[in-house]
Design a protein around this ligand. Structure first.
Ligand code: G3P
Ligand code: CA
Length: 350
């Protein structure tokens, strides 16, 4: 009898501990705890970012990846911005072109050279789609062959070009290699009416349209239409000086915390440039999220691709996620039923 009781207690213990953990987590950082801060900053809650477009289903940072993100209803199109040798702003994640293009075939002697050593015309000779078909045969499509690297101007065209009006979530990638890139980005966004008077005019004209209309994304016409993000505090400081109204997000991972000495020290680095927090999803614990919210910052975690991860992070009070699978995120957050992807590819003509 005594043994039976002990066995029952032992069997129940993991469930009790899990229940205590989730109760503790709820008290510390309940779902929705950052909703008001997001609203104050003009950023949707929860914010769903298409990380490099729908990069789980199409070649990252290319036209179909972003068109699909827009058509599905992502809140933001996320992109890593770099610059060609002749000054064109482009969307590309890696420092070099080996992973996402056929550079070894086209420029074998320059295959490992960084992207800023190529002119725009040279980059246009590269195929930025075929690698995806080889790496992800289950999502391969003939129309991905021969895709071009996208410019920031073309990304803006995509964001502006549909029924849904997503925002832009732009990262300066390795900004120390691109002096002045922040000003170039801000100037382009001004020219395109994303910063400044024309944005305000459009915002006013859309007053009659509820911004939270369930069937239409309208982040383009919210104050947080552009978010700038970087692993570089210096780059965010430059953005703060140039366009203080743009929400800023300081990206960091475990290595940043180790370098900074503590999680709190990294948050101080973010606060020094009035930035919000963009930590790795491995750090999405409620005790971290609560510390971020306690400082009046919002927190968007990267990169969250599974629905169970979305559930967990939402339970722990996150304000948004970067995801390669915006289709899964929109379904998880009840913004759409599981979409018929073939229909969407047909619609975007890929
Ligand atoms: O911008 C959020 C996330 O994209 C940061 O990581 O390496 O994918 O740019 P990475
Ligand atoms: Ca990024």
């Amino acid at each position: 009898m005594r043994l039976k009781t002990i066995l029952i207690i032992l069997a129940a213990l993991p469930f009790v501990l899990i229940a205590i953990f989730f109760l503790y987590s709820f008290l510390l950082s309940p779902p929705g705890s950052g909703r008001d801060v997001s609203r104050q900053k003009g950023v949707p809650f929860p914010a769903l970012m298409a990380h490099r477009g729908v990069s789980g289903l199409a070649p990252e940072e290319t036209r179909p990846a972003y068109l699909l993100a827009r058509e599905l209803g992502a809140d933001y199109l996320e992109a890593d911005i770099q610059r060609t040798k002749d000054g064109v702003l482009i969307a590309l994640h890696d420092d070099d072109l080996t992973r996402t293009t056929n550079i070894e075939e086209i420029y074998p002697d320059r295959a490992k050279d960084s992207v800023d050593t190529f002119t725009y015309a040279e980059l246009m000779k590269l195929d930025a789609g075929s690698w995806f078909n080889e790496t992800h045969p289950q999502w391969a499509r003939p129309s991905f062959v021969g895709l071009n690297i996208l410019t920031l101007e073309e990304l803006i065209d995509i964001a502006d070009g549909g029924y849904h009006k997503p925002g832009l979530y732009l990262e300066t990638k390795s900004p120390e290699r691109f002096p002045g890139i922040e000003k170039q980005i801000v100037d382009l966004l001004k020219k395109r009416g994303w910063i400044g008077p024309s944005s305000e005019t459009e915002e006013a004209s859309l007053e009659e349209t509820p911004l939270d209309a369930p069937d239409r994304v309208n982040v383009r016409n919210m104050p947080g239409r552009i978010i700038v993000q970087s692993f570089s505090q210096d780059s965010l400081q430059i953005f703060k000086d140039l366009a203080p109204e743009l929400p800023r997000v300081y990206l960091f991972g475990q290595d940043t915390v180790e370098e900074g000495g503590s999680f709190e020290a990294v948050l101080e680095q973010a606060l020094a440039v009035d930035a919000n927090a963009g930590p790795s999803g491995y750090m999405a614990w409620p005790w971290y999220t609560s510390k971020i919210h306690a400082r009046g910052m919002i927190v968007h975690y990267y990169t969250i691709n599974q629905s169970w991860q979305m559930w967990l992070i939402n339970q722990f009070g996150a304000d948004g996620i970067f995801t390669d699978r915006i289709d899964i995120a929109l379904d998880y957050f009840d913004r759409m039923e599981e979409p018929d992807l073939e229909q969407y590819f047909k619609k975007i003509e890929y």
